[in-house]
Structure formats: structure tokens, C-alpha cells
Design a protein around this ligand. Sequence first.
Ligand code: UDP
Length: 197
Amino acid sequence: YDINPLIIMNFYKNKKVKKEFNSSKYNIPDGVGTVYASKMKNIALKERIAGIDFFKDLCNLSIEKELSIFLYGSEEGIADKVKKELEEKYHGINIAGTLNGYVKESEALKKIKEAQPDILFVALGSPLQEKFIIKNKKQFSNIKIIMPVGGTFDVIAGKIKRAPKIIIKLNLEWIYRMLKEPKRIFVNIKLIKFVFL
Ligand code: UDP
């Protein structure tokens, strides 16, 4: 799982989901908030790993290991655009299927199973994506890697821009996003609450 402050705020009171996160093979500390919080708890995580960077690493790994990928989530057309982008940038990548994130759950399950991917990226935003994975992962027992990726597809498709590199380096990407998307007021309130928590 990708563990960023928003996701922590969404689930820190939810025992079932916390158990699920804790039993996951790999969790990624996405967000400086996660790293600082770990330091306060004497579990010194070294640095932030942005979900989107890990996504790209997995794309490279998929080529090396000959694993196929399914892209599920975002608005109609976005996952297809991501497929095209990835096929251009990552030679030999195998995208087994794409699906927008606004279809019925039963349709999503059917399409994903039919495509038989090795890797499933779920871009429904939090908490939807985590709930989808937890609820359905038993049905995906043949899938080797399942990762929730939030707004990653929107960034790769060029719908949303990431902060300039210097801002990312200075660990200020979250503030940049807050200012850029003030509409995400509830997300922003949660992030401020996280700081106090
Ligand atoms: N989304 C979706 N289905 C839904 C609700 C949201 O596919 O029912 C998509 C939405 O189009 C967007 C992503 O989920 O691409 C949410 O991105 P956001 O930036 O909110 O996620 P975050 O990175 O903050 O977790």
C-alpha cells in the first residue's frame, strides 16, 4: 500500500484496514508527513517514496520480469492515454487492459479477471481504492502485485501537473498541491489535522 498522510487519516481508526496494511508485504512511505511521523515513533524511515515514482519503477520491473499490467481507474479515456504514454516510454511493456474508474464494481472485476494481468494498478483515489482492493483481493489471487496509485494516471496523462522538481526536493509538494487544488478542501483539512495528530 501507498501510505500517505491522507490515507493515514482515512484509516487510522479502522482496525480492519490497519491490520491489512500491517500485513501487506510492502508499504510505501509516500509523503514527508509519513516520514516525519515515523521518526516521532522511533521508526526512522529514511525518505519519502512518491507513489508515482514507485509506479514507474514497477513499469521498468514489469519489462524485466515479463509481467503484464492492468490500469484501472480515473475518468474515461485517461487509462487509455496512460497505456499509450507507457508504451511509448517503456519499450516492451505489456498492458493487458485498461478500464475507467466509474464502471460498476462487478464490471471491473469481470474485466480485470478476463485480462489476467500480473500487476494491477488501482487509481480510484483514497479511500475508494483501498476499500476496493481489500474487498476483492481474494478474487485476484493470480495477480502478483496490486497497488493503489491515487491520481497517478491523471499526472501521467497530463491532466494534472506535478510540482516543479525543486519543490519536490524541498519536500513541499503537498503544499503546492493544496494551493493548486483548493477545491480539495476536505482533503486539505484532513492534512492539517494530520499535522496535529
Ligand atoms: N476516481 C475514480 N473513480 C471514482 C472516484 C475517483 O476513478 O469513483 C479517480 C479520479 O478520476 C482521479 C482519482 O480517482 O483520477 C483520484 O485522484 P486523487 O488525486 O483524489 O487521489 P489521491 O492521489 O489524492 O489519492
